[in-house]
Design a protein around this ligand. Structure first.
Ligand code: SF4
Ligand code: SF4
Length: 285
């Protein structure tokens, strides 16, 4: 049976890619900031290992403000956490730009269990070609790692989205996110075209009304231990390092759950059953 899920955000705020619309591409992280991120991650992994049983945590998704998997400490942490008997799924959102062979070797040498690794790979059309992205996906699949892939449903890149779909094996789910900042609704034709690529794209066009009673089994943790019910939700009074035996009661002032990381962590979304036991990883059953 599925347990609770943690989404670790960390304090990292930098990326090796430079997408023009993204604030994290502009920030050059100092050695000190990287060290802080590393220390916070190591501390978090240790605390998760200690409390996974009592808090019934079985899944961890790193959802960083930037790119985490180019840093070796995340792979070491994954190795430790996938080794735990309690965990079913451990992974990250990533632009997939890390070196596959050396990262996986490092992960395996540290005792990691590849069966539990899950990657959420985002395609960035300004930074990488379809063939290069698909090759990286293929390399991870060859390593036995499960992944989903996806992109923003920008009408300008409709043809590129079609090409990604064609370039990936059928068993890899290709998601499309609604484009933030698009100043007009999608036309019917665009909607249809994107739904041919991602059959669940319609969920991005009509977000559910907020209902935080549905959000008791998932928590977001910042690098310093600050807790939020979701990425859109409120800061909680208790800190991760103060949690002893239960998750805090969820609080939320939002009207809608307006992104996948929010609505896919709701229990009613999980009951829909399309994405298996841990829908936040966005992998079809
Ligand atoms: S890959 Fe993601 S985090 Fe990195 S610059 Fe692009 S949008 Fe930002
Ligand atoms: S916005 Fe977030 S915390 Fe609020 S109800 Fe939606 S998923 Fe839950």
């Amino acid at each position: 049976m599925a347990g609770n899920t943690i989404l670790y955000r960390g304090s990292l705020k930098s990326c090796n890619y430079h997408c023009s619309y993204c604030p994290f591409s502009k920030h050059k992280e100092s050695m000190r900031e990287l060290q802080t991120d590393r220390q916070q991650w190591i501390r978090f992994c240790r605390s998760l290992a200690e409390r996974a049983a009592v808090l019934d945590i079985r899944a961890l998704l790193v959802a960083p403000y930037g790119e985490a998997l180019i840093h070796s400490w995340y792979w070491r942490g994954f190795a430790e956490l996938t080794r735990l008997q309690r965990t079913d799924a451990v992974g990250a959102q990533t632009n997939l730009s890390f070196p596959v062979a050396s990262s996986m070797e490092y992960f395996r040498q540290a005792g990691g269990c590849g069966d539990k690794l899950r990657l959420w790979a985002s395609f960035h059309p300004e930074m990488v070609s379809v063939s290069r992205f698909a090759k990286q996906c293929g390399r991870m699949l060859d390593e036995g790692v499960r992944l989903c892939a996806g992109a923003v449903a920008n009408p300008k890149y409709l043809e590129v989205c079609r090409q990604i779909r064609k370039a990936l094996p059928a068993e890899v789910y290709l998601w499309l996110n609604r484009m933030d900042g698009q100043k007009r609704p999608y036309t019917e034709e665009e909607q249809r075209a994107f739904e041919e690529i991602d059959p669940f794209f319609f969920r991005e066009l009509s977000y559910p009304q907020a209902d935080c009673k549905q959000c008791e089994k998932r928590l977001f943790v910042e690098g310093d231990g600050t807790l939020r019910t979701c990425n859109l939700g409120m800061r909680q009074k208790r800190n991760w390092y103060e949690l002893a035996s239960d998750f805090p009661k969820p609080e939320c002032r939002r009207k809608f759950c307006s992104c996948y990381l929010a609505y896919a962590g709701r229990e009613d979304f999980g009951r829909a059953g399309d994405f298996g036991e841990y829908p936040l990883f966005r992998m079809l059953k």
